[in-house]
Design a binder for this molecule. Structure first.
Ligand code: CP3
Length: 373
C-alpha cells in the first residue's frame, strides 16, 4: 500500500527542515522555533474567523482548519513549524461523547464517565476515517497551502489527559473524579486508557498518511499524577500509541516520523529516567514546561539520546521587548550548554492577551540568541 507515497510526491518540497533535523538529534546552527497554540485567540485574524464559526466547526471544516493553521505561518516568517489546527478533544468525540466549547468555561462534556459502567456508552472499534476524516483532509490541504515553507506537525491528546476530561466533564482544579477512578477502579482505568490510546494511535497514523511530518502527544495533566501513577497508568498507553504508530506505518512501508511527548508537569527525575531512551519509548523528543531547568533535566536523563523542546515561561510574552530579549538570551545560553537536539518553544500554550508583535519579537530573539557559535 503506497498511496501515501503518491500523495507525498504531490507535495511541494520542504524548504526549511530545521525542525526535522533537531528532532533527529542534530545540533542545528540555531534552534528551530514554534509555539504551542500558535494559531489562537491572540491573533486578530483568528478572532475574525471565530466571529462567524464555532470552535468545533473550525476543527471540522478542512478549509477553515487549514486557513487557521496557516495564519501564524503567513504572519511570522520566523516560525519553523506549523501544527494542524484541531483539538485534543476530538478523540472523546470520536468515542461518542459530546464535547462543547463554552466561551467562558472552555471544554464541557455534558455526560462524563461517572462509573466504569458508563464505558458501555463509548463507541466500539472507532473508524477514525469516518469519525475524524476531516482532520486528515485538513492535513493534506495544509501541506499544499504551506508550499514547503515549514514542516507540518500532527498531534493528539494523551490518554490520561483525555480520560481526565472524559471523567471530570471538563477542566478541573482538583481532578478528584478522574483521579479517584485510578484508586477505585484501577483495572477499568487501564481498560479505558487503552481504548483511548487505540483511537489516538489511529488518529496519528491517519495524520501521517495524510501528510503530517512530525507528531506530538499532549499530556497536559500529567503533572496531576504521582510519579507512581504516571508510571502505572499514564505511561503504558503512551507507549502503546508510539509503538502502534511505528508498527502500522512500517507495515505500510512508511519510514515513520519523529514523535514528541509533552508531559506537562511530569517533572520528577524518576519520570525523566523512564523517558530517557527513544529506542524504548518511541518518543524522540520530550517537551519541557517552564518549571524545570534544561541543564538539570539533561543531568537526570543521563545521556543525549533524547531531544528536548521548550521551555520559555509563556508569561515572558508579557515582559515587554527588553524583558523578552533578556530572558531569551539568558535561557538560550543554558540550552546551548545543555547540548543535544533543542527545539525552542514555550513551556505551555501562548495565552490570549499576548500582543501579536511581542510574539514576533520573541521569535526574532530566539533566532538571534539560539545561534551556536
Ligand atoms: O497549537 C495550535 O496552534 C494547534 C491547535 C490546538 C488547539 N488546542 C486549538 C484550540 C492544540 C494543539 C490544542 C491542544 C489542546 N486542547 C490541549 C493540549 C495543550 C494544552 O494547552 O495543554 C488541551 C488541554 C486542549 C483542550 C482545550 N481546548 C482547552 C482547555 C481549551 C479552552 C481553553 C483555551 O486555552 O482556550 C480549548 C480550546 C482551544 N483549542 C482554543 C484553540 C485555539 C481556543 C478556543 C476558542 O477559539 O474559543
Amino acid at each position: 500500500n503506497d498511496e501515501w507515497k503518491q500523495l507525498e510526491k504531490s507535495f511541494p518540497p520542504l524548504k526549511n527542515d530545521l525542525l526535522l533535523r533537531a528532532a533527529k538529534g542534530e545540533e542545528t546552527p540555531r534552534a528551530p522555533v514554534w509555539v504551542m497554540r500558535q494559531a489562537g485567540r491572540y491573533l486578530p485574524e483568528f478572532l475574525e474567523v471565530r466571529r462567524t464559526h464555532s470552535f468545533f466547526e473550525c476543527c471540522q471544516t478542512p478549509s477553515l482548519a487549514s486557513t487557521l493553521t496557516l495564519q501564524p505561518i503567513d504572519r511570522y516568517p520566523r516560525l519553523d513549524a506549523s501544527i494542524i489546527f484541531c483539538d485534543i478533544l476530538v478523540v472523546p468525540q470520536a468515542l461518542g461523547l459530546e464535547v462543547l466549547m463554552e466561551p467562558s468555561k472552555g471544554p464541557v462534556l455534558p455526560q462524563p464517565l461517572v462509573t466504569p459502567g458508563d464505558m458501555s456508552r463509548l463507541r466500539q472499534n472507532v473508524d477514525v476515517q469516518k469519525e475524524l476524516g476531516y482532520v486528515f483532509e485538513a492535513v493534506t490541504l495544509t501541506r499544499k497551502g504551506l508550499d514547503g515553507r515549514v514542516p507540518l506537525i500532527g498531534f493528539c491528546g494523551a490518554p490520561w489527559t483525555l480520560m481526565a476530561y472524559m471523567c471530570e466533564g471538563g477542566g478541573s482544579k482538583t481532578f478528584e473524579k478522574s483521579k479517584s477512578w485510578l484508586y477505585k477502579y484501577p483495572e477499568d482505568s487501564r481498560k479505558l486508557l487503552r481504548i483511548i490510546a487505540d483511537v489516538c494511535a489511529d488518529l496519528l497514523v491517519g495524520q501521517v498518511l495524510a501528510g503530517a511530518q512530525m507528531l506530538q502527544v499532549f499530556d497536559s495533566w500529567a503533572g496531576e499524577l504521582t510519579p507512581y501513577q504516571f508510571k502505572e497508568f499514564a505511561l503504558p498507553p503512551l507507549l502503546h500509541i508510539s509503538h502502534k504508530v511505528r508498527h502500522v506505518l512500517s507495515s505500510l512501508g512508511h519510514p515513520g516520523v519523529a514523535m514528541t511527548l509533552f508531559a506537562k508537569g511530569a517533572n520528577s527525575p524518576s519520570t525523566f529516567s523512564l523517558l530517557s531512551d527513544p529506542s524504548v519509548t518511541g518518543y524522540d523528543t520530550l517537551g519541557l514546561d517552564w518549571t524545570v531547568d534544561p541543564l538539570e533535566v539533561r543531568g537526570w536523563l543521563g545521556n543525549k539520546k533524547v531531544n528536548l523542546q521548550g521551555n520559555f515561561d509563556p508569561t515572558v510574552l508579557y515582559g515587554g521587548k527588553e524583558g523578552i530579549e533578556r530572558e531569551v538570551e539568558r535561557l538560550s545560553r543554558i540550552w546551548k550548554r545543555a547540548g543535544g537536539g533543542w527545539i525552542a518553544n514555550l513551556g505551555h500554550g501562548i495565552t490570549p492577551n499576548v500582543k501579536p508583535e511581542d510574539m514576533g519579537w520573541f521569535l526574532e530573539c530566539v533566532h538571534k540568541y539560539s545561534k551556536r557559535d
